[in-house]
Design a protein around this ligand. Structure first.
Ligand code: NDP
Length: 450
């Protein structure tokens, strides 16, 4: 008789947890997973997937406008938020089902309920105590809203995905991925949109020039960007909100959304009782093999607060399942991870920013191209594209590639492979372009600009 009820008990059925559970199950381990909210976690329910669907929805506004330059005259388009919501929810329900099936097909027992640790080898759920040789915590993160007067009036991205009606105007506070993406979504759907950021320029950590370029593009599309702007309270008056700033005065709006970061979801999990060490931000501290300070408890994904991206969590889940149940030693390589902000236009990036490259290397060359997309020669749309490549002159290695423009996410994914393979500028130069595309600029940049 087995000593434990399960070989592996996973808490949290998000991107990382589901991947680890189903792979471990596929390798023959006896696995259970617990989820108290929604199958697929943040990405599937209130993150990447519905966000991208909303980005598509909002971009139609420009597409209808652009069509006229090609001879297509569309009658005044009518947008129905309730229809978008209904269709989005239907698709998410379908995905929830797929996730559950994936688990069950791999022999994983799915528990519907909130789990907490009863000790290093036990999980308490729905009044039961279940034992497991190993426990994996993959509970993700949760939006953090600052403690300011009136913060009960604030919504986070979680609620933005289920608004009963679209507001006429919205103030979004924050300057990270979520704030920037939602500003584009709201604007495209016809909301008078203001983005408020406390620093000089949003998207701290990204390439400075790309950030400036994106700000210029977003402003030109009609988003009111307020930088160096703090908010100290929010009031409700006559059905609207007064967003009070010591810097700009009061902004009156119909919706206030904060996207001011996410915190690891570690509260109430019983981690302290199981002797699991947390860092100052409440994230689980793990070693290179995702083991916490308690040797039978592991953690992956956003709950470890390292690179909070779905594909990173799934890569960690794959590595962990292989390490534990497939006799393979796998590690995730955290260098050169491509990423994209689904702003409008997209900002895709892989490798070092110019600022980072100049700190680490002495001879840095910058190649750049700023242009109007061929498509927009007929549309009158003034959107521009900026592409930038950072090269180490001593070794010719490409250190970083950045693009703000249509489909940058799609393009940078391919460039990410080249960087992972250690491509030099000469390799880019020897690659024949696909003409006419925007992407071909990356293989035709001949003269450094700096
Ligand atoms: P981020 O951590 O990216 O950004 C948080 C923003 O809020 C920063 O601009 C920060 O400013 C600001 N901020 C933090 N605290 C306060 C405060 N008290 N008052 C005012 N502003 C504040 O968080 P997001 O919520 O945008 O996204 C969470 C994570 O989700 C991201 O880190 C990303 O990993 C992931 N994500 C990825 C996406 C993708 O891959 N496309 C899409 C969406 C999310 P400052 O810069 O000054 O610190």
């Amino acid at each position: 008789m087995a000593e434990f009820d399960y070989d592996l008990f996973v808490i949290g059925a998000g991107s990382g947890g589901v991947r680890a559970a189903r792979m471990a199950g596929g390798f023959g381990a006896k696995v259970a997973i617990a989820e108290d909210r929604y199958m697929g976690g943040t990405c599937v329910n209130v993150g990447c997937i519905p966000k991208k669907l909303f980005v598509y929805a909002s971009h139609f506004a420009e597409d209808f406008h652009d069509a006229a330059g090609y001879g297509w005259h569309v009658p005044e388009p009518v947008f129905k938020w309730d229809e978008l919501l209904k269709n989005k929810n239907k698709e998410i329900n379908r995905l929830n089902g797929i996730y559950k099936n994936l688990l069950e097909r791999n022999g994983v027992r799915v528990f519907d309920g909130r789990a907490e640790l009863g000790g290093p080898n036990s999980v308490l759920i729905n009044g039961e105590s279940i034992s497991a040789q190993r426990i994996l915590v993959a509970t993700g993160g949760w939006p953090h809203i600052p403690d300011i007067p009136g913060n009960q009036h604030i919504i986070s991205s979680n609620e933005a995905f289920f608004l009963e009606a679209l507001p006429k105007s919205a103030v979004i506070v924050g300057g990270g991925y979520i704030a920037v993406e939602f500003a584009g979504i709201f604007l495209g759907l016809g909301v008078d949109t203001t983005l408020v950021y406390r620093g000089d320029l949003f998207l701290r950590g990204f390439d400075g020039e790309m950030r400036g370029f994106l700000a210029e593009q977003m402003r030109q599309k009609g988003i009111n960007l307020l930088f160096n702007t703090r908010i100290d309270s929010i009031d409700r008056q006559n059905g609207r909100y007064l967003v009070n700033s010591p810097d700009t005065g009061t902004i009156t709006t119909d919706l206030v959304m904060y996207a001011t970061g996410r915190r690891p979801n570690t509260n109430g999990l019983g981690l302290e009782t199981a002797g699991v060490e947390l860092n100052g931000k409440g994230a689980i501290v793990v070693d290179a093999k995702y083991r916490s300070s308690n040797p039978s408890i592991y953690a992956i994904g956003d709950v470890t607060d390292r690179m909070n991206l779905t594909p990173v969590a799934t890569a960690e889940g794959t590595a962990l399942a292989n390490n534990l149940y497939n006799n393979q030693s796998r590690r995730v390589d955290y260098r050169d991870i491509p990423t994209c902000i689904f702003s409008q236009p997209n900002l895709g990036t892989v490798g070092l920013t110019e600022e980072q490259a100049r700190q680490e290397y002495t001879n840095v060359e910058i190649y750049k191209s700023r242009f109007t997309n061929l498509k927009h020669t007929l549309t009158g749309n003034s959107e521009k594209t900026l592409m930038k490549m950072i090269v180490d002159r001593d070794t010719d290695r490409v250190l970083g590639v950045h693009m703000a423009g249509a489909d940058a996410g799609e393009i940078i994914q391919g460039i990410g492979i080249a960087l992972k393979a250690g491509a030099t500028k000469a390799v880019f130069d020897a690659t024949i372009g696909i003409h006419p595309t925007a992407a071909e600029e990356f293989v035709t940049m001949r003269e450094p600009t700096e």
